[in-house]
Design a protein around this ligand. Structure first.
Ligand SMILES: CC(=O)N[C@@H](CCC[C@H](N)C(=O)O)C(=O)O
Length: 371
């Protein structure tokens, strides 16, 4: 499929980013596109805002799966692209517009010329949260489309176009969302001694969180705690009785994740006593680590050797991916696809190079045919 056509699909999708389980326009776009393909070998079903597509193989005895995530992020785009997001405060800043376009490109080729094996494309909602992979996997619909082997990709801004990267074993971290609500006593800005100021408590709490990784987690293990959002107060001269922190915890081992959570709770107990307040902790969605199966990564490397593209050994990353749930049940792997962008993932100026679209389609098609 030609660069021009892929670019145009990517730009269409880039304009309409939607949050997890609200991907209605995106789903409709994908369905319309799929409906225009030759239908002889296709079976298409929806699941919530996601889609399953089977391409019947010529004579295969197994099903090979490819998963593309389809949601965007709550971020205001600042790329200056003429095809920027038309949805205020929403952006495809994690490359899911690329992931979907590459899936459509590979699907187009396979619909015209099916592989030996059956191939299933899974367009999965809500990767950024609250997590679509796990419920999709458990759905009744999955029973009709369940692949025997599965893979997925993620764009990599720090790799050049034409390079992919993966590794056997642990690729991405365990993750847990983190929501902390503080309730104290508000009041007049001039009489702080009569209040329990939750702006001060929450700010100090953020600083204490940093000590968990620095001083409580084994330095040979690894963890990250990031607070991405702080909310408190109503106006400049009222001491706030509420505050809320929103963040995420990442770890390379389940033990480190348990340790971090236990330490967060200990700190919260201390603050409740010291600052006379109530603290409620909610861990939101938790994602299972992405663990690549050795045999299939080796096979993928050999497939890559027969392409004009480069394979690089990857390092582990603290990114999270609910694709980890699929890999827990179905053998397979995930890889990074180079898109050469100065700005990184989750940045408002992310500009992946569209030349990577054809590369992605070539690699996904070939891997689907040969896995
Ligand atoms: C690839 C990627 O960027 N994934 C997200 C997954 C987010 C999981 C969840 N909402 C959390 O923040 O823990 C990531 O931020 O790594």
């Amino acid at each position: 499929m030609q660069q021009e056509r892929l670019t145009s699909i990517r730009r269409d999708l880039h304009k309409i980013p939607e949050l997890g389980f609200e991907e209605f326009k995106t789903q409709q776009y994908l369905l319309d596109y799929i409906a225009a393909l030759p239908q002889e070998s296709l079976t298409v079903e929806t699941w919530k805002t996601g889609i399953f597509v089977r391409v019947k193989g010529e004579n295969g005895d197994k099903t090979v799966g490819y998963r593309a995530d389809i949601d965007g992020l709550p971020l205001k785009e600042e790329t200056g692209f003429p095809f920027s997001s038309t949805h205020e405060g929403r952006m495809h800043a994690c490359g899911h517009d690329f992931h979907m376009t590459i899936a459509l490109g590979a699907l187009t080729r396979l619909a015209a010329d099916p592989a030996d094996d059956d191939v299933v494309f899974i367009f999965q909602p809500a990767e950024e949260g609250p997590g679509g992979a796990e419920p999709m996997l458990e759905s009744e619909m999955m029973e009709h489309f369940r692949p025997d082997v599965i893979f997925g990709l993620h764009i990599a801004p720090d790799l050049p176009v034409g390079t992919v990267s993966s590794k056997p074993g642990l690729l991405f971290a365990n993750t847990s969302e983190l929501f902390i609500d503080f309730t104290g006593v508000g009041g007049h800005a001039a009489f702080p001694h009569l209040t329990h100021d939750m702006v001060v408590t929450a700010s100090s709490f953020v600083t204490h969180l940093q000590q968990i990784v620095a001083r409580r987690v084994d330095p040979l293990d690894s963890a990250v705690i990031t607070v991405g959002k702080i909310e408190a107060g109503t106006v400049q001269n009222i001491i706030s009785q509420n505050a809320r922190l929103e963040g995420t915890v990442r770890s390379l081992s389940p033990d480190a994740m348990d340790k971090v959570k236990m330490e967060i709770e200990k700190i919260a107990k201390g603050f409740e006593i010291a600052d006379d307040c109530e603290i409620a902790i909610d861990y939101g969605s938790n994602y299972h680590q992405v663990f690549n199966e050795e045999t299939h990564v080796q096979l993928f490397k050999r497939i890559m050797e027969r392409t004009p593209y480069n394979f690089q050994e990857a390092k582990m990353a603290m990114t999270g991916e609910d694709f980890g749930y699929m890999l827990r049940e179905i053998p397979g792997f995930m890889f990074w696809l180079g898109v050469d962008s100065e700005a990184g993932l989750h940045q408002s100026t992310l500009k992946p190079d569209e030349k990577a679209l054809v590369v992605g389609v070539d690699i996904v098609e070939q891997t689907l045919r040969e896995l």
